[in-house]
Design a protein around this ligand. Structure first.
Ligand code: PDD
Length: 285
């Protein structure tokens, strides 16, 4: 088993692959990315991840130079050649390599890089007992719906969470709670699940969509996509995060205040179980 990279379709060892200095990903963050989880040697929810990749490319006007089938093939190749069965695949496409000017270069070919790394299961204690989060101001730009490489606010926010001994920082823009630095955020109030609508102010997470379109329906749970504020969150019965790496993560403390007396609520638990079942159905059968 070994970590492995792929640059413009060619397999490379991660330690001896070099990206040109003038790749616009380095210099401008001019690119987009996706992260997909691998369970039992199979990619989970690869199609929606690739659909979102094409949407992100369109949004920042990078031409799509790889077909859906090619990208699927690259994911499968990385899994096969690395021997990694439990891991994550990172994919990024930048506008390409060109002398540094802000406007789009005339002739430039997008640059695709991918890597696979093993990832152990999430700390079972976190999934079982829940995690702590902090609330921080959302200082990002106004196109958070694009999965772009520009993650400086997210990086600073996650570090702030780490220094506060918390799992995640959830952001607040004006009166509304938006999302985590690398996850979507949900609260339960009067038995109804609330999450920020999929506007330009959040990333429309694949895990979020699975919860909305599949799990909640199967479990007969009511979900509202409607903005809510900090007092609402502090009065919530349950709270949880969702994301490719985060899966469904119960939140039991917000800014040092316990949610549901510090224990994981029943709706979060049901969703966690249903999500695990779905992974099982898609990747283990
Ligand atoms: N993060 N919101 C933000 C800001 C994110 O960065 C992510 C994912 C999500 C959840 O999206 P999804 O369910 O599609 O993973 C929400 C990835 C995993 C990352 O940056 O590593």
């Amino acid at each position: 088993m070994r970590e492995l990279g792929l640059v413009n379709g060619n397999l490379v060892d991660m330690s001896d692959s070099f990206i040109p200095m003038e790749d616009r990903g380095h210099q401008f963050g001019d690119g987009v990315y996706e992260v997909t989880k691998v369970y039992n040697g199979r990619c989970f929810a690869l199609r929606p991840h690739l659909d979102r990749l094409y949407q992100s490319l369109r949004a920042i006007r990078i031409p799509a130079t790889y077909t859906f089938e090619e990208l699927v093939e690259f994911h499968e190749l990385l899994i096969k050649e690395s021997g990694i069965t439990e891991g994550a695949i990172y994919l990024q496409i930048t506008r390409g390599v060109a002398p540094r000017v802000h406007s789009f270069p005339e002739q430039v070919v997008p640059c695709l890089t991918m890597s696979i790394r093993p990832s152990g299961p999430i700390n079972p204690e976190f999934k079982e007992r829940g995690v702590k989060i902090i609330l921080i101001p959302d200082e990002r730009w106004l196109r958070c719906d694009i999965k772009s490489l520009n993650l400086l606010s997210n990086v600073l926010g996650k570090q702030q969470a780490k220094e506060a001994h918390c799992f995640e920082a959830v952001m607040v823009r004006g009166d509304h709670v938006t999302e985590g630095t690398s996850s979507n955020f949900f609260v339960v109030k009067d038995g109804v699940i609330w999450t920020h609508p999929a506007t330009n102010l959040i990333l429309k997470g694949i895990t979020r969509s699975i919860i909305l379109e599949r799990l909640a329906k199967d479990l007969d749970l009511t979900i509202l996509e409607k903005p809510f504020g900090v007092p609402f969150v502090k009065g919530a019965e349950e709270a949880f995060l969702s994301g490719t790496s985060t899966e469904i993560m119960p939140v039991t403390s917000i800014d040092g205040v316990a949610v549901n007396n510090g224990s994981v609520g029943p709706i979060t638990r049901k969703l966690q179980l249903a999500y695990a079942r779905l992974i099982d159905e898609e990747c283990h059968r």
